[in-house]
Design a protein around this ligand. Structure first.
Ligand SMILES: Cc1cc2nc3c(=O)[nH]c(=O)nc-3n(C[C@H](O)[C@H](O)[C@H](O)COP(=O)(O)OP(=O)(O)OC[C@H]3O[C@@H](n4cnc5c(N)ncnc54)[C@H](O)[C@@H]3O)c2cc1C
Length: 371
């Protein structure tokens, strides 16, 4: 373990890895401290959908910028790391299963066509049948979005971390236990019985970010939100489309991924703390939702059932930027269900703040001081 780096990043999920990669591209020396292994939590078990069109609000601009950055960076990161992120460019179909959903979904077409990177159109049930006959005939049409990205989130996180390592980043396996200050200025991180000195510290602890409240004399309001995913045997020929809808009143994605399995994602459960035990209730719910959209899945055997935690804030937006009252201490978390998408833009924004003291990226409204 090095005794000193320009920057110490705590957390080796997609957010910490993306920040480390961007800093390394800018010539900084970086240590990433990870207590389990790279991508061992949500960053390794997420669905892996990159689709900035399905969320409006404050975060929309950052999501679109990040999608563009992913497209620019994916080849480079895979080449530099030698890791295949199993990137698929697929259409996204937002399926109408109830009459009441039709007006809102039709209105989405114009909104999405307003973005340069995407084309969208409304499909009638007969067009959906022609596109993919295995989608339930009991549908009322849907909004098609061309060319969203589906990838393996574990492989992407590993690729990002390994590309960072190829540029000199050191990944240190261990648990960070606190920040060392000179006055209010962060000058190092405690790890086990040792320390790494640095000029800047970045906290990217995902759902465990609240732990760092004690390290920063400030409340970091992050809680874990449990999400489960079920993988079943793939369809033959493979389903080449990401289908999303609200069957039985709850959100569900069906997609056949690069690993060959069909993924049914995901549950959203607040208040279960750090429990990541897969539940029979989630297995049943996701199976029913998936079968409502693609009935043929009824005969498909279970391959894997996973659970992990989204880091969420009280207002649903991320926390990005400087830690109030401290110098050279930064935080990036609270990405909820969009952290895989947001990795590149967060990496760039935090690296800008560390190197230049400011960023042109629109992150002002996502500061910790808003709480
Ligand atoms: C079911 C599900 C599906 C999802 N699907 C998508 C999707 O399709 N697209 C998308 O964009 N996003 C998706 N997400 C969201 C995405 O997975 C998260 O937003 C993202 O992974 C959060 O990344 P992170 O690096 O902040 O956190 P994490 O991945 O949790 O990483 C934090 C890391 O910090 C480490 N750590 C914590 N404390 C310490 C310490 N004291 N010392 C050292 N290390 C420490 C942990 O071990 C961990 O590895 C999904 C999430 C879930 C739960």
């Amino acid at each position: 373990m090095r005794s000193r780096s320009d920057v110490v990043v705590v957390g080796g999920g997609i957010i910490g890895s993306s920040i480390a990669y961007r800093l390394a591209c800018e010539g900084m020396s970086v240590s990433v401290i990870e207590r389990d292994s790279i991508g061992n939590h949500a960053s390794g078990y997420a669905l892996g959908l990159l689709n900035p069109t399905n969320e409006t609000g404050n975060i929309e601009t950052l999501n679109h910028l990040s999608f563009k950055m992913h497209k620019e960076m994916l080849d480079t990161i895979q080449q530099e790391s030698g890791v295949d992120a199993q990137v698929l460019s697929v259409p996204h179909l937002e399926l109408a299963l109830e009459e009441s959903e039709i007006p809102e979904l039709k209105a989405e077409v114009d909104r999405i066509n307003g973005f340069d990177q995407f084309k969208s159109r409304w499909l009638e049930p007969s067009e959906i049948h022609a596109l993919e006959p295995r989608i339930t005939p009991d549908n009322l049409g849907g909004t098609l979005v061309e060319d969203v990205i589906m990838l393996d989130s574990y492989n992407l996180t590993l690729a990002t971390a390994q590309a960072a390592e190829s540029r000199g980043v050191e990944v240190v396996l261990g648990e960070a236990t606190g920040i060392i200050y000179d006055g209010d200025r962060a000058v190092g991180v405690n790890i086990g019985g040792g320390r790494i000195d640095c000029d800047a510290v970045v906290l990217a602890l995902g759902p465990w970010s609240g732990t760092a409240s004690l390290w920063t004399d400030t409340n970091i309001p992050i809680v874990p939100q449990k999400g489960e995913i079920v993988r079943v045997e793939g369809l033959n020929p493979p389903l080449g489309i990401h289908i999303h809808g609200n069957p039985i009143g709850s959100s569900c994605s069906v997609i056949q991924k690069g690993d060959g399995a069909t993924w049914l994602a995901a549950t959203v459960q607040d208040g279960s703390g750090f429990d990541v035990t897969p539940s029979i209730e989630a297995l049943e719910a996701l199976s029913l939702r998936g079968m409502r959209m693609v009935p043929e899945l009824e005969t498909h055997k279970l391959v894997l059932h996973t659970a992990c935690m989204r880091p969420v804030t009280p207002d649903g937006d991320p926390i990005l930027g400087k830690i109030p009252g401290k110098e050279r201490a930064f935080i990036a978390t609270g990405t909820g269900g969009k952290g895989i998408l947001m990795g590149p833009v967060i990496g760039r924004a935090i690296a800008d703040l560390i190197i230049d003291g400011e960023t042109e990226l629109p992150i002002e409204e996502f500061g910790l001081d808003r709480f």
